[in-house]
Design a protein. Sequence first.
Length: 318
Amino acid sequence: MDSYSTIRTDHSIDPYKRALVMVESSELTTALTDSPVLTKAMSMQDAFGCDLKLFCCVEERELTPVLLTAFEERLNEIRATGSAVEGTINCQADAVEAAITSARDFSADIVVKQVDEANPYYLGIADHSDWRLMRNDVASVWFVKQPGAAIDRVVAAVGHSGELATRRHTYLDEQSYHVYEAARHAANGLDSSLHALHVVESAGEELPAYDIALNGNIMSFARADSGTGHGQRENAKANYHGRQLRAFAEHVDSLGNDLDVRAGTAEDVIADFSREADADLLVMGARPMTRWERLRTAPVAEPVLAEAPCDVLAICGI
């Protein structure tokens, strides 16, 4: 039996029940509606009925009675809307570690955070705070990049190498179904449309190794050099990928959603497709990677986070 036939496709998950909301101290003294993170978090609470916890990490010198009063007033303002919320202020030097610890203590399944635009992506090497948070194994992370609460179109990027350790061959495995189900749950809760995207890694814009026909029917994958030893091995991988892709397409179709397959470099295709689809939210996998893995295999999720035109929901620890 092919291993792909044993993949669970019935992921029954309810992933948005406890949300840790990371706020800056400056957001405590502005109007509630002027905070993109709080606005987004409260819209999530309306959609999913999740419990909220505000988390603010400040330097010790900033921890003044004025700040504590502003923090409590903000909590009361949110409670006045009918929302259940608690909060904590932390003075730990490492804000990312403090947030992960707080998420673990709160049993959070999602962290909501304003994306940090201060340090642009550079060769995937810089130890950016957002990328460190993305590599946690405690909770998924909703990176807020757009103001406003409306989420009308959701794109789920599945089977790319953000989920896997290799870039040369990308497969649709159980993790891909998990990411898709998380995206479907978000789209249903937010009353949004959902479109799935799978990227076949290719140096060019075409698919020289594979013959794929989409729009309802996924045909065979075949290589022109299949007569050689190398070609036979590649052809076997391609056929395996093709069967996976057909099964996934049927699963997506059975749920009334669409699947696009594009060729190219995953991070470029995902960002470009999000623009083309006018997405409000991009959902993708992001697994923890060691420094050795990062040197050997360039990550996908991090440059996508930098280039995506919309909010990004990173399904972490898969």
